[in-house]
Write a protein that binds this ligand. Structure first.
Ligand SMILES: [Zn+2]
Ligand SMILES: [Zn+2]
Length: 251
C-alpha cells in the first residue's frame, strides 16, 4: 500500500477460523499475532492462493477511526474463498453468530456525580446485566479505547450527564455561566454513538439547568428524574436493543 499524504488502505490479519486479529497490520504491527488469542488457529494477512493482501482499515487524513471492515469471504484479487469461509459453512456459520451474540455487559460513562453513577449501576445489576464502569483517568481517551477493546462484546452504553462544570463564552462573564457535563463524558458519549450506533447508547441527563450539545448525532437525552421514571426508560431502551430485561425487577 502506498503511504503518501492521501488516503491509504492498511492490511487486515485474520485467523483461519475467521476471527479478526487486526485491521492495522502496517500502521500497528504490534497488534498482529502469529496465532489467534481466541481459538489458537494460525493467522494470515493475505490470500493463501495469490498472496494478495487482505484490505484493512482505510486511513483518511484528518479522520480518526477505531474499527474497519469485517473479514471478507473471498480474495478481492483472485476470488478464492478464504479459509474461514469454508469453515463457517461447515459449522453453520457459528463464528459469525458467536461474534454477534449479545452479552450482559453494559458500559457506563460518568462524570463526578457518584450518586447518579451508583444508582444507575445498581439498576443495571438488578436487571441481571453487568455494569462496566469506565473510570476517569488523566489520559481518558486511551483508557476508554483500551477498556472498550477488552470488553468488545459489550453492545450498549449509558452516558451519565451531570452538571460537573460551569462554562461561559470567552466574551461573556462568569455571571452567564451555565452548568454542563465534563468534556470527557461528552467525548465518550460521541465515541459510543459512533461505535455502537445511537440506538445502543442511552444518554441520561440530570434534571435542571444543564447545557448539552444540541442535535448531537440525533442523540435523545433522557431526564434522570428523582421520581425514577428514568429506570423504565432505560428498560424500554434496553428492550428495543434486544435485551431480555424485566421492568418488574427495578421496582
Ligand atoms: Zn481465531
Ligand atoms: Zn487471491
Amino acid at each position: 500500500m502506498r503511504r503518501d499524504d492521501r488516503s491509504w488502505y492498511d492490511t487486515m490479519q485474520v485467523c483461519y477460523n475467521g476471527h479478526q486479529i487486526t485491521n492495522f497490520v502496517e500502521s500497528q504491527p504490534e497488534s498482529t499475532r502469529k496465532r489467534c488469542d481466541e481459538c489458537g488457529e494460525p493467522t494470515t494477512d493475505h490470500c493463501l492462493k495469490c498472496k494478495a493482501k487482505i484490505i484493512g482499515y482505510h486511513h483518511i487524513p484528518g479522520v480518526i477511526g477505531f474499527s474497519g471492515p469485517d473479514p471478507p469471504a473471498h480474495c478481492h484479487e483472485c476470488g478464492e474463498a478464504h479459509p474461514w469461509t469454508e469453515r463457517r459453512k461447515e459449522i453453520g456459520d457459528n463464528t459469525t453468530k458467536v461474534k454477534s451474540e449479545q452479552t450482559n455487559k453494559i458500559f457506563i460513562v460518568h462524570g463526578h456525580d457518584d450518586a447518579m453513577k451508583e444508582a444507575v449501576a445498581r439498576v443495571v445489576s438488578k436487571l441481571g446485566l453487568d455494569p462496566i464502569i469506565l473510570h476517569e483517568k488523566p489520559n481518558g481517551g486511551r483508557t476508554i479505547i483500551e477498556k472498550f477493546e477488552k470488553n468488545a462484546d459489550a453492545q450498549f452504553a449509558i452516558a451519565l450527564l451531570s452538571p460537573d462544570d460551569n462554562a461561559f463564552v470567552a466574551t461573556g462573564t462568569a455571571k452567564n455561566a451555565r452548568p454542563r457535563a465534563r468534556q470527557n463524558v461528552i467525548l465518550e458519549l460521541g465515541y459510543f454513538v459512533g461505535r455502537l450506533g445511537r440506538d445502543r447508547v442511552l444518554a441520561l441527563k440530570r434534571e435542571g439547568d444543564l447545557e448539552v450539545p444540541s442535535d448531537f448525532a440525533g442523540v435523545v437525552y433522557t431526564p434522570f428524574d428523582t421520581a425514577g421514571k428514568w429506570q423504565f426508560e432505560m428498560v424500554r431502551e434496553l428492550k428495543a436493543a434486544g435485551y431480555d430485561v424485566d421492568a418488574n425487577l427495578v421496582l
